[in-house]
Design a protein around this ligand. Structure first.
Ligand code: NAD
Ligand code: LMR
Length: 337
C-alpha cells in the first residue's frame, strides 16, 4: 500500500509534462537511436514510431525500457497507420529518407527525399496541424520549405512550429574546436548560422575568443571541417550511409529543447533553420540562427550578431546557394497536386 502510493507520487511528478512525440522513419540508422533517446526523455509520455518497415519490432523492443512513455509502433501496411501515428501529437521528428553515399551531395538526395517528406508532411498537416515539426531528412535546406508549402496548401501553416534540425553542426563545432585547443567540448559553443550543407554552414569563429587566438590556417581548416563534417562520416562509412548516432544525439537534444520551451522553461535557445525574417528582403525565406523556444514554439529569432569581413564573404556565398535550395523545394511542392 505504502509502496503503491509512493510509486504513484513518483510517476505523477516525473510525468509533469506529458508530451506525445512521433518519429517518422523510426527504424532507420537515425530513427532507432533517436527513438531510444526520446524514450529516455521524461517529458515524453506517448512515443509513436512509424516506418515503412519494422516499426512494431523496434517499438516493442524500446517499450521494455522502464521510463514514463508508452511506446507504440505503426506500420505502413495497417490502414491509417501513418494517420494514427500522427493524430494529435505534439512533436514530429522526421528522419525518413535515404542517406548519402560517397561522392554524393545532400542535394543529390532531393529526387527521392522531397517526395517522402512531401507525403509525410501532408499527413502531419491533416492529423497534427498544431505539432512542432522537426525536419532531419536531407537536403534540409529544401525539405523544410517543402513542409512549409504543404502546411500552407492545407491552410494550417504556423511558422513558429517548423524547424530544420541543424544541431549536428553545432555539436560538431563544439567537439572540433575542443580538439584543437584541448578543452572540455561540453563547455565550447560556436554560433553556426545559414543552412545545413557545405558552404551554407557558417561557424562564426570571430564571436568566440578563438577568433583572435587561432592562426588563419587553423581557422580556415576548422571552418572547412565543420562545413564538411558530414562528408567525413560518409567517407568513413564507405557506402554504409551517413551520420546516424551523432545525429540521433543532436536530434534528441533539439527535440528536448522544443519540449522544454513548450513546458515554459526560460532561456531555451538553440540554433535552427526556420522561416526567418533576417534576410527575407533578399528573397531568402529560411535561415538558421539562434532561436528562443517557448510554449508556442519559436518565441524569438535572434540576429546573427557581429561578423568579420571573411565571414561576410561566406555569408554572401551561403545566401546564393540557400536561395536556390529554397526555391527548388518550393517549386517541387507547387508542382505536386
Ligand atoms: P536510413 O536509410 O538508415 O533510414 C531511413 C529510414 O526512413 C528507413 O528506416 C526507411 O524505411 C524510412 N523511410 C523511408 N521512406 C519512408 C516513408 N515514406 N515513411 C516512413 N519511413 C520511411 O537513413 P538515415 O541514416 O537514418 O538518414 C535519414 C535521413 O536523415 C537522410 O536523408 C539523411 O541525409 C538525413 N540526415 C540529416 C542530418 C541532419 O543534420 N539534418 C544528419 C544525418 C542524416
Ligand atoms: C550530416 O551533416 O552528417 C548529415 O547532413 C548527413 C550527410 O549527408 O552528411
Amino acid at each position: 500500500m505504502i509502496f503503491s502510493t509512493l510509486a504513484k507520487r513518483t510517476f505523477t511528478s516525473t510525468a509533469f509534462n506529458p508530451y506525445k512525440v512521433t518519429v517518422l522513419g523510426a527504424c532507420g540508422g537515425i530513427g532507432q537511436p533517436l527513438s531510444l533517446l526520446m524514450k529516455l526523455n521524461d517529458k515524453v509520455t506517448d512515443l509513436r514510431l512509424y516506418d515503412i518497415k519494422n516499426a512494431k519490432g523496434v517499438a516493442t523492443d524500446i517499450s521494455h525500457i522502464p521510463t514514463n512513455s508508452k511506446v507504440t509502433g505503426f506500420s505502413a501496411e495497417e490502414s491509417d497507420g501513418l494517420n494514427n501515428a500522427l493524430k494529435d501529437t505534439d512533436l514530429v521528428l522526421i528522419p525518413a529518407g535515404v542517406p548519402r553515399k560517397p561522392g554524393m551531395t545532400r542535394d543529390d538526395l532531393f529526387n527521392i527525399n522531397a517526395g517522402i517528406v512531401y507525403d509525410l508532411a501532408t499527413a502531419a498537416a491533416k492529423n497534427s496541424p498544431n505539432a512542432a515539426i522537426l525536419v532531419i531528412s536531407n537536403p534540409v535546406n529544401s525539405t523544410v520549405p517543402i513542409v512549409a508549402e504543404v502546411f500552407k496548401k492545407n491552410g494550417v501553416y504556423n511558422s513558429k512550429k517548423l524547424f530544420g534540425v541543424t544541431t549536428l553542426d553545432s555539436i560538431r563545432s563544439s567537439r572540433f574546436i575542443s580538439e584543437i585547443v584541448n578543452t572540455n567540448p561540453t563547455k565550447e559553443k560556436i554560433n553556426v548560422i545559414g543552412g545545413h550543407s557545405g558552404i551554407t554552414i557558417i561557424p562564426l569563429l570571430s564571436q568566440t575568443k578563438y577568433g583572435s587566438t587561432l592562426t588563419k590556417e587553423q581557422k580556415d581548416s576548422l571552418i572547412h571541417r565543420i562545413q564538411f563534417g558530414g562528408d567525413e562520416v560518409v567517407k568513413a562509412k564507405n557506402g554504409g550511409g551517413s551520420a546516424t548516432l551523432s545525429m540521433a544525439q543532436a536530434g534528441a537534444k533539439f527535440a528536448n529543447a522544443v519540449l522544454s520551451g513548450f513546458a515554459g522553461e526560460k532561456n531555451v535557445i538553440q540554433p535552427s533553420y526556420v522561416d526567418s525574417p533576417l534576410y527575407k528582403n533578399e528573397g531568402i525565406e529560411f535561415f538558421a540562427s539562434p532561436v528562443t523556444l517557448g510554449p508556442d514554439g519559436i518565441q524569438e529569432i535572434h540576429p546573427i550578431g557581429e561578423i568579420n569581413a571573411e565571414e561576410n564573404e561566406l555569408l554572401k556565398e551561403c545566401k546564393e546557394t540557400l536561395k536556390k535550395n529554397i526555391d527548388k523545394g518550393i517549386k517541387f511542392a507547387d508542382s505536386r497536386k
